[in-house]
Ligand binder design. Structure first.
Ligand code: SF4
Length: 293
């Protein structure tokens, strides 16, 4: 327990420092001043930080992790490469590497390669120089200022006329849009729920029954009968899918449900069956029938 409390404290130190860096309050300062400030912000915790189990995994979850890691390295002069988007771009151009820079494999490769060449006596300067080269000279979107660049003499992208091609960054897949119909099926003061499959989206969670809207006749397939009316629309965006939902609501003619479905009253909705936020748009409609849960 103590170790996790320590970890939370250390993460707070890091995110405070990173926030200062990101908001620019450190970024305009001379390197030495920045190093002193970063070291004081981090309070000499780097050794303790590295000793904490699970630190690596936790760091990868932090939104400011790259900036925080950069600060740690800057503050403590570790011989470790700080690889952010700028550094990936600069490195891919200088080495003429056409690998996709958005992949973990490319980040690992660049980190390893830079760690081998980072100077022992000034690792912070090296990291800082690469980051600032990317931020101020080797700009993204095919518009690097090569004529001003100190790396132009050995940059393969510049010498081979490939600055517009590099770095390679695979386009994100377009999010799939699904039109779904959500069935709010009531019996007395209960609503019908079913459990999602154990694998995939919202795995194992309870939901109001729903299906793709381009297929119909679901009530009959489920062996149910009800007079349904339109009960609102909702939208939920997942990382790769967008659900656009239309709700139909009605009272079933019988309490018999398909196997595995359950009836949930408002207490059960609150205490037992946590319906995911994806269906939040319909919570009000359900609450209007069952009472607030
Ligand atoms: S020469 Fe051009 S492409 Fe190469 S690192 Fe410098 S700015 Fe980037």
């Amino acid at each position: 327990m103590t170790v996790y409390l320590d970890m939370i404290f250390l993460l707070n130190c890091l995110t405070d420092a990173a926030a200062l860096y990101v908001t620019g309050r450190l970024s305009g300062l001379p390197l030495e001043r920045k190093r002193v400030l970063a070291a004081s912000l981090l309070g000499g915790t780097y050794g303790a930080l590295c000793a904490l189990p699970g630190w690596g995994a936790a760091a990868s979850l932090l939104p400011q992790a790259a900036a925080a890691a950069g600060l740690v390295r800057l503050a403590f002069g570790r011989r470790e490469a700080a690889v952010d988007g700028n550094v990936l771009r600069v490195t891919a151009r200088i080495t003429g590497d056409s690998s996709d820079i958005s992949t973990p494999a490319m980040k690992k490769k660049v980190t390893q390669a830079l760690t081998e060449v980072i100077p022992l006596d000034a690792p912070g300067d090296f990291n800082q120089a690469l980051m600032e080269l990317g931020a101020t000279v080797c700009l993204p979107n095919g518009a690097p200022l090569c004529e001003k660049c100190p790396a132009a003499g050995f940059c393969r992208a510049f010498q081979e006329g490939r600055t517009g091609e590099l770095p390679v960054k695979a386009a994100k897949k377009a999010r799939r849009v699904e039109e779904r119909t959500v069935y709010l099926l009531f019996w007395g003061d209960c609503v019908a729920l079913r459990r999602r499959p154990e694998r995939g989206l919202l795995a194992g969670l309870w939901e109001y029954p729903n299906e793709l809207s381009d297929e119909s006749g679901w009530l009959e397939r489920w062996g149910l009968s009800a007079a349904l009316e339109t009960a609102g629309r909702g939208k939920h965006i997942f990382s790769h899918i967008e659900w656009r939902m239309t709700a139909l609501a009605g009272e079933l003619e019988s309490p018999e449900l398909p196997e595995g479905w359950v009836w949930a009253d408002r207490r059960a909705l609150r205490d037992t069956y946590a319906v995911p936020n994806a269906f939040q748009s319909f919570a009000q409609r359900v609450a209007a029938r069952l009472g607030r849960f």
